[in-house]
Design a binder for this molecule. Structure first.
Ligand SMILES: [Mg+2]
Length: 266
Protein backbone atom coordinates (compact mmCIF):
# COMPACT_ATOMS: atom_id res chain seq x y z
CA UNK A 1 0.00 0.00 0.00
CA UNK A 2 1.23 3.52 -0.78
CA UNK A 3 1.44 6.77 1.16
CA UNK A 4 -1.74 7.85 -0.63
CA UNK A 5 -3.64 5.29 1.43
CA UNK A 6 -2.55 7.16 4.56
CA UNK A 7 -3.39 10.59 3.14
CA UNK A 8 -7.06 9.67 3.00
CA UNK A 9 -8.75 7.98 5.94
CA UNK A 10 -10.00 4.46 5.24
CA UNK A 11 -13.65 3.45 5.40
CA UNK A 12 -13.90 1.01 8.35
CA UNK A 13 -16.19 -1.45 6.51
CA UNK A 14 -13.97 -1.51 3.41
CA UNK A 15 -10.90 -1.95 5.60
CA UNK A 16 -12.47 -4.92 7.40
CA UNK A 17 -13.21 -6.52 4.03
CA UNK A 18 -9.63 -5.92 2.88
CA UNK A 19 -8.12 -7.37 6.06
CA UNK A 20 -10.20 -10.54 5.83
CA UNK A 21 -9.81 -10.86 2.07
CA UNK A 22 -6.03 -10.47 2.22
CA UNK A 23 -5.63 -14.20 2.71
CA UNK A 24 -7.11 -17.17 4.42
CA UNK A 25 -5.27 -16.28 7.63
CA UNK A 26 -7.49 -15.05 10.47
CA UNK A 27 -6.40 -11.77 12.06
CA UNK A 28 -4.47 -11.17 15.28
CA UNK A 29 -5.93 -7.79 16.25
CA UNK A 30 -3.67 -5.69 18.51
CA UNK A 31 -5.09 -2.45 19.87
CA UNK A 32 -3.59 0.48 21.74
CA UNK A 33 -5.94 1.85 24.43
CA UNK A 34 -5.78 5.64 24.91
CA UNK A 35 -6.53 7.60 21.74
CA UNK A 36 -7.29 4.36 19.86
CA UNK A 37 -10.06 2.52 21.74
CA UNK A 38 -10.90 5.36 24.11
CA UNK A 39 -10.85 9.08 23.26
CA UNK A 40 -7.98 11.03 24.83
CA UNK A 41 -9.18 12.47 28.17
CA UNK A 42 -7.80 15.42 30.18
CA UNK A 43 -6.26 12.97 32.65
CA UNK A 44 -5.48 9.24 32.24
CA UNK A 45 -7.95 8.37 35.02
CA UNK A 46 -10.79 10.08 33.14
CA UNK A 47 -10.36 7.97 29.98
CA UNK A 48 -13.21 5.51 29.53
CA UNK A 49 -14.05 2.95 26.90
CA UNK A 50 -17.20 4.03 25.01
CA UNK A 51 -20.07 1.50 24.98
CA UNK A 52 -19.78 0.92 21.22
CA UNK A 53 -16.08 0.11 21.52
CA UNK A 54 -16.70 -2.19 24.51
CA UNK A 55 -19.38 -4.13 22.58
CA UNK A 56 -17.22 -4.35 19.44
CA UNK A 57 -14.11 -5.55 21.32
CA UNK A 58 -16.08 -8.26 23.13
CA UNK A 59 -17.77 -9.41 19.89
CA UNK A 60 -14.46 -9.57 18.05
CA UNK A 61 -12.63 -11.30 20.93
CA UNK A 62 -15.27 -14.06 20.77
CA UNK A 63 -14.29 -14.72 17.14
CA UNK A 64 -10.54 -14.08 16.85
CA UNK A 65 -7.48 -13.22 18.95
CA UNK A 66 -7.61 -9.67 20.31
CA UNK A 67 -4.86 -8.03 22.38
CA UNK A 68 -4.81 -4.61 24.04
CA UNK A 69 -1.21 -3.24 24.06
CA UNK A 70 -0.83 -0.18 26.26
CA UNK A 71 1.60 1.80 28.37
CA UNK A 72 -0.83 1.65 31.31
CA UNK A 73 -0.26 -0.54 34.35
CA UNK A 74 -1.60 -4.10 34.27
CA UNK A 75 -4.06 -3.74 37.20
CA UNK A 76 -5.52 -0.60 35.64
CA UNK A 77 -6.04 -2.37 32.30
CA UNK A 78 -7.57 -5.46 33.94
CA UNK A 79 -10.06 -3.18 35.74
CA UNK A 80 -11.01 -1.61 32.42
CA UNK A 81 -10.93 -4.63 30.09
CA UNK A 82 -10.78 -7.79 32.21
CA UNK A 83 -14.29 -8.93 31.28
CA UNK A 84 -13.91 -8.62 27.50
CA UNK A 85 -12.01 -11.84 26.68
CA UNK A 86 -8.91 -10.05 25.42
CA UNK A 87 -5.23 -10.59 26.17
CA UNK A 88 -3.55 -7.56 27.72
CA UNK A 89 0.03 -6.37 27.28
CA UNK A 90 0.76 -3.69 29.88
CA UNK A 91 3.54 -1.23 30.62
CA UNK A 92 4.71 -0.82 27.01
CA UNK A 93 5.33 -4.52 26.52
CA UNK A 94 6.63 -5.59 29.91
CA UNK A 95 3.89 -8.05 30.93
CA UNK A 96 1.33 -10.14 29.04
CA UNK A 97 -1.90 -11.31 30.69
CA UNK A 98 -3.62 -14.04 28.73
CA UNK A 99 -7.45 -14.12 28.60
CA UNK A 100 -7.42 -16.97 31.17
CA UNK A 101 -5.61 -14.70 33.67
CA UNK A 102 -2.14 -16.25 33.47
CA UNK A 103 0.65 -13.67 33.35
CA UNK A 104 3.85 -13.87 31.31
CA UNK A 105 6.87 -11.54 31.63
CA UNK A 106 7.99 -10.33 28.20
CA UNK A 107 11.00 -8.40 29.51
CA UNK A 108 12.93 -8.23 32.78
CA UNK A 109 12.82 -4.92 34.67
CA UNK A 110 15.95 -3.61 36.42
CA UNK A 111 16.70 -5.06 39.87
CA UNK A 112 14.44 -3.54 42.55
CA UNK A 113 17.25 -2.91 45.06
CA UNK A 114 19.33 -1.12 42.43
CA UNK A 115 16.28 0.94 41.45
CA UNK A 116 15.69 1.93 45.09
CA UNK A 117 19.31 3.09 45.46
CA UNK A 118 19.08 4.99 42.18
CA UNK A 119 15.93 6.73 43.44
CA UNK A 120 17.84 7.88 46.54
CA UNK A 121 20.89 9.02 44.54
CA UNK A 122 18.72 10.99 42.10
CA UNK A 123 16.92 12.60 45.04
CA UNK A 124 20.26 13.73 46.51
CA UNK A 125 21.45 15.11 43.17
CA UNK A 126 18.24 16.77 42.00
CA UNK A 127 16.09 17.39 45.08
CA UNK A 128 17.30 20.98 45.59
CA UNK A 129 17.48 21.90 41.89
CA UNK A 130 14.43 23.58 40.34
CA UNK A 131 12.54 21.94 37.47
CA UNK A 132 13.92 18.41 37.63
CA UNK A 133 11.19 15.76 37.91
CA UNK A 134 11.88 12.10 38.74
CA UNK A 135 9.01 9.84 37.66
CA UNK A 136 8.89 6.51 39.47
CA UNK A 137 7.45 3.90 37.11
CA UNK A 138 7.86 1.06 39.57
CA UNK A 139 9.76 -1.00 36.98
CA UNK A 140 11.95 1.92 35.92
CA UNK A 141 12.75 5.57 36.56
CA UNK A 142 12.40 8.54 34.23
CA UNK A 143 14.07 11.92 34.78
CA UNK A 144 12.22 14.79 33.07
CA UNK A 145 14.01 18.10 32.42
CA UNK A 146 11.56 20.05 30.28
CA UNK A 147 11.27 22.78 32.95
CA UNK A 148 14.99 22.99 33.79
CA UNK A 149 17.08 26.02 32.70
CA UNK A 150 19.35 25.13 29.77
CA UNK A 151 22.66 25.75 31.59
CA UNK A 152 21.55 23.50 34.45
CA UNK A 153 20.61 20.76 31.94
CA UNK A 154 24.06 21.05 30.36
CA UNK A 155 25.78 20.84 33.76
CA UNK A 156 23.70 18.16 35.45
CA UNK A 157 22.29 15.86 32.76
CA UNK A 158 25.65 14.08 32.26
CA UNK A 159 25.66 13.28 36.01
CA UNK A 160 22.09 11.95 35.77
CA UNK A 161 23.02 9.81 32.79
CA UNK A 162 26.08 8.46 34.67
CA UNK A 163 23.83 7.38 37.58
CA UNK A 164 21.35 5.69 35.22
CA UNK A 165 24.12 3.94 33.27
CA UNK A 166 25.78 2.68 36.45
CA UNK A 167 22.41 1.32 37.65
CA UNK A 168 21.87 -0.39 34.28
CA UNK A 169 25.30 -2.05 34.51
CA UNK A 170 24.63 -3.50 37.96
CA UNK A 171 20.85 -3.96 37.91
CA UNK A 172 20.01 -4.55 34.25
CA UNK A 173 17.85 -2.50 31.95
CA UNK A 174 18.71 0.06 29.33
CA UNK A 175 19.11 3.87 29.35
CA UNK A 176 16.92 5.61 26.80
CA UNK A 177 16.76 9.29 25.82
CA UNK A 178 13.47 10.87 24.84
CA UNK A 179 12.17 14.39 24.38
CA UNK A 180 13.37 16.25 27.51
CA UNK A 181 13.55 12.95 29.38
CA UNK A 182 16.10 10.23 30.04
CA UNK A 183 15.04 6.96 31.59
CA UNK A 184 16.15 3.58 32.81
CA UNK A 185 13.75 0.92 31.59
CA UNK A 186 13.61 -2.81 31.02
CA UNK A 187 15.83 -4.00 28.18
CA UNK A 188 13.95 -5.59 25.33
CA UNK A 189 10.63 -4.00 26.29
CA UNK A 190 8.59 -1.86 23.92
CA UNK A 191 5.54 -2.16 21.77
CA UNK A 192 7.45 -3.32 18.70
CA UNK A 193 9.06 -6.21 20.57
CA UNK A 194 5.68 -7.06 22.13
CA UNK A 195 3.96 -7.17 18.71
CA UNK A 196 6.66 -9.51 17.39
CA UNK A 197 6.26 -11.77 20.43
CA UNK A 198 2.48 -11.89 19.98
CA UNK A 199 2.81 -12.63 16.26
CA UNK A 200 5.37 -15.40 16.88
CA UNK A 201 2.98 -16.97 19.39
CA UNK A 202 0.14 -16.87 16.85
CA UNK A 203 1.62 -18.31 13.64
CA UNK A 204 -0.83 -18.41 10.80
CA UNK A 205 -2.54 -15.20 11.85
CA UNK A 206 -2.25 -11.83 10.13
CA UNK A 207 -1.16 -9.15 12.63
CA UNK A 208 -3.28 -6.00 12.54
CA UNK A 209 -1.90 -3.24 14.79
CA UNK A 210 -4.01 -0.15 15.55
CA UNK A 211 -2.45 2.80 17.40
CA UNK A 212 -2.29 6.58 17.57
CA UNK A 213 0.96 7.51 19.32
CA UNK A 214 4.64 7.74 18.51
CA UNK A 215 5.24 4.86 20.93
CA UNK A 216 2.98 2.72 18.68
CA UNK A 217 5.16 3.26 15.59
CA UNK A 218 7.54 0.31 16.23
CA UNK A 219 4.50 -1.98 16.52
CA UNK A 220 2.86 -0.48 13.42
CA UNK A 221 6.14 -1.08 11.53
CA UNK A 222 6.42 -4.65 12.87
CA UNK A 223 2.86 -5.50 11.75
CA UNK A 224 3.61 -4.24 8.23
CA UNK A 225 6.95 -6.10 8.09
CA UNK A 226 5.26 -9.34 9.16
CA UNK A 227 2.83 -9.14 6.24
CA UNK A 228 0.00 -7.61 8.24
CA UNK A 229 -1.49 -4.16 8.45
CA UNK A 230 -0.56 -1.13 10.55
CA UNK A 231 -3.48 1.23 11.14
CA UNK A 232 -2.67 4.75 12.35
CA UNK A 233 -5.41 6.59 14.26
CA UNK A 234 -5.02 10.29 13.47
CA UNK A 235 -7.31 13.11 12.41
CA UNK A 236 -4.74 14.33 9.87
CA UNK A 237 -2.02 12.61 7.79
CA UNK A 238 1.44 12.41 9.34
CA UNK A 239 4.64 10.42 8.79
CA UNK A 240 4.04 6.83 9.93
CA UNK A 241 5.03 3.23 9.34
CA UNK A 242 1.33 2.38 8.99
CA UNK A 243 -0.19 1.91 5.54
CA UNK A 244 -3.75 2.77 6.59
CA UNK A 245 -5.28 5.59 8.62
CA UNK A 246 -8.53 5.85 10.55
CA UNK A 247 -9.58 9.28 11.85
CA UNK A 248 -10.65 8.56 15.43
CA UNK A 249 -11.71 5.96 18.06
CA UNK A 250 -15.26 5.89 16.66
CA UNK A 251 -13.87 4.63 13.35
CA UNK A 252 -11.76 2.04 15.22
CA UNK A 253 -14.91 0.74 16.96
CA UNK A 254 -16.64 0.59 13.55
CA UNK A 255 -13.71 -1.42 12.13
CA UNK A 256 -13.83 -3.89 15.04
CA UNK A 257 -17.60 -4.28 14.69
CA UNK A 258 -17.27 -4.86 10.94
CA UNK A 259 -14.54 -7.48 11.47
CA UNK A 260 -16.68 -9.27 14.09
CA UNK A 261 -19.70 -9.15 11.78
CA UNK A 262 -17.80 -10.60 8.82
CA UNK A 263 -16.17 -13.32 10.95
CA UNK A 264 -19.57 -14.29 12.40
CA UNK A 265 -20.85 -14.81 8.87
CA UNK A 266 -17.87 -17.04 8.08
MG1 LIG B 1 -2.47 5.82 22.43
Amino acid sequence: MSDAAVADPADPTDLAARILAAGARPPLVVLDHDGTLSPIAPTPDAATLPAAARTAVAALAARTEVVVLSGRGLDDLVDRLGDLGVAIVAEHGLRLRHPDGTIEALATPPDATVLARLRTDLGSLLGHRPGWLVEDKGVGLAVHHRLVPADDVAAVLPLVRDLLSAAARTGGGTVQDGHAVVELRAAGAGKGAALRHLAAAAPGRTPVMVGDDRTDEPALAAAEELGGVGVLVATAPRPTAASVRLPDPDAVAALLAALADRLSRG
